[in-house]
Design a binder for this molecule. Sequence first.
Ligand SMILES: Cc1cc2nc3c(=O)[nH]c(=O)nc-3n(C[C@H](O)[C@H](O)[C@H](O)COP(=O)(O)OP(=O)(O)OC[C@H]3O[C@@H](n4cnc5c(N)ncnc54)[C@H](O)[C@@H]3O)c2cc1C
Length: 603
Amino acid sequence: MPIYSPPLRDQQFVMHELLGVAEQLKRIPRYQDVDADLINHVLEEAGRFCAEELLPINLSGDEEGCVFDPQTKEVRTPKGFREVYDHFRAGHWQGLAAEHEYGGQGLPHLMQIALYEMQYSTNQAWAMYPGLTVGAYECLLASGSKAQKDLYLPKLTSGQWTGTMCLTEPHCGTDLGMLRSKAVPNPDGSYAITGEKIFISSGEHDMAENIIHLVLARLPDAPSGTKGISLFVVPKFLPVGSGAEATVGARNGMHCGGLEEKMGIHGNSTCQMVLEGASGWLVGEPNKGLNAMFVMMNGARLAVGVQGLGITEAAYQNAVAYARERIQSRSLTGTKDPGKPADPIIVHPDVRRMLLTARAFAEGGRAFAYWTALEADIQLHHPDEDRRRFAADMMALMTPIVKAFMTDNGYRCATECQQVFGGHGYIRSSGMEQLVRDARINMIYEGTNGIQALDLIGRKVLMDNGSKLKKFGKLVSDFIEAHGTRPDMSEFITPLADLGDKVAKLTMELGMKAFANQDEAGAAAVDYLRVVGHLVYAYFWAQMALLALEKTAADGEAVDPFYTAKLTTARFYFQRLLPETAYHIRAARSGAKNLMELPAEMF
Ligand SMILES: Cc1cc2nc3c(=O)[nH]c(=O)nc-3n(C[C@H](O)[C@H](O)[C@H](O)COP(=O)(O)OP(=O)(O)OC[C@H]3O[C@@H](n4cnc5c(N)ncnc54)[C@H](O)[C@@H]3O)c2cc1C
């Protein structure tokens, strides 16, 4: 049975020591009352829920999976999923960051992200049901009419009804401009929606009374391409009444046509959804549906990035426990445990390489993800307009990096940690092969990581002449200026500064090449994202190293081993992970020719 212990010490380090969250939130009137004690209390309770309720049904949920009944068109979730969801609702976790007005707790999104991390460490498949509900809530909050908000938001906040996002169709995934679902106006102001959606996560299940689908479709006179897409809210059961008092009425014409058989996240229902003149209501303006849906998509991209973090942490914890217990061979430098016939495998350098890779990506990822989540709160609610704009720029720049860099790392770390188990990692009961399978989808859905890389280099960097990247670069150079003269920081500052210079040069070079030939940007995109991702992690790791150095250098006090370990992990990151940027810079600079030369028929 896999283990999990909430990483509270590190979460609190990131929140309080690295980010100074409580002080930052004090500047936002909405979060005046959020202090360190409240944050710690929420983290502890969330961690307890995840470890005690979600973890025990993770392996069994994967083995049992979801079951579709073709007669009733209903889906049964694995044993325990519904009960745990009831407990989750009773604890008011669903509305953690939702507005008080709609029954939520009004806490920062940062807390939602921390909750997500622990949910994804313990049960990604389950966590997707409430996660999509948060996305639907945010989308309707941003773009719904008052009547829609009054009707749906209290139900989504309490978790009595859950949400989905319905974009993908059999012939269109990445290229939503080809979307075909049709919405025809009804005389009563609603629309009759017809079409077929596939791969809809949580599209049908037995955990909640009603399911609120946010569906992209085309109006009859809509322009072609992405400029002709509208967003509709399509409930599974037509609501009767409004607000918290609303009940469910007749069954709507949207049902599950079947479940996808898939590699991982078996406990989450991935549904083919059939719309047969289903009643839907327009959300926001006609033909502006993609803009409205982007609120949900951007939120989901951050959440998916955190799935990568959650899986990394879970894989790391299990691999460490195994490496301490499993005895094989003697240490290269002589026996370490003479009382046993062999030493624990944690003595072997290669096992440590795998463990530290996961540890460094987990801790670096946590710092990055929590910082990004705090920027999301600042973007939405900070009283100062310039600060809000800066945060919006950081969010735009970082979203593809959170999504792609963190999920690529998550998959890599899951396999590294599986490797620590040797053959036992390939066997189901270890739980490691499930983590590898579950981690794989995170690189695919919510826009593949290749598409995220194109978004970064194209829309987020080159199209605005690198201004957002320069703003981030200023944060990095301010840090270097402030601490660059400390001799004990040179092992961190020198590679950080060097990479900053290289990113600036690479960006310029790629911009010029792409100006002449757009394929140059496409050919460099994935390597470029990896390089910029490392620049971001190096920035956070250098800050964490500084904090750790200050603690470990304090005279006369016993050093908390947490800080010694932080410093050691920072060194590992800079010496063993960051150097991969050299390879990626070289690959990015090698140009499009080596990819585009081979004629398609020769593949
Ligand atoms: C388990 C699961 C759950 C999902 N949940 C949902 C959900 O809840 N709601 C929803 O709407 N969808 C959902 N999806 C769909 C998911 O978002 C899409 O699968 C994904 O966006 C990719 O689309 P596609 O599968 O059609 O691949 P395609 O778009 O066909 O892409 C195939 C390959 O071509 C590449 N490619 C495509 N275009 C370009 C380009 N311009 N430049 C470079 N490379 C390109 C892609 O990166 C990819 O590698 C889910 C999918 C799965 C498997």
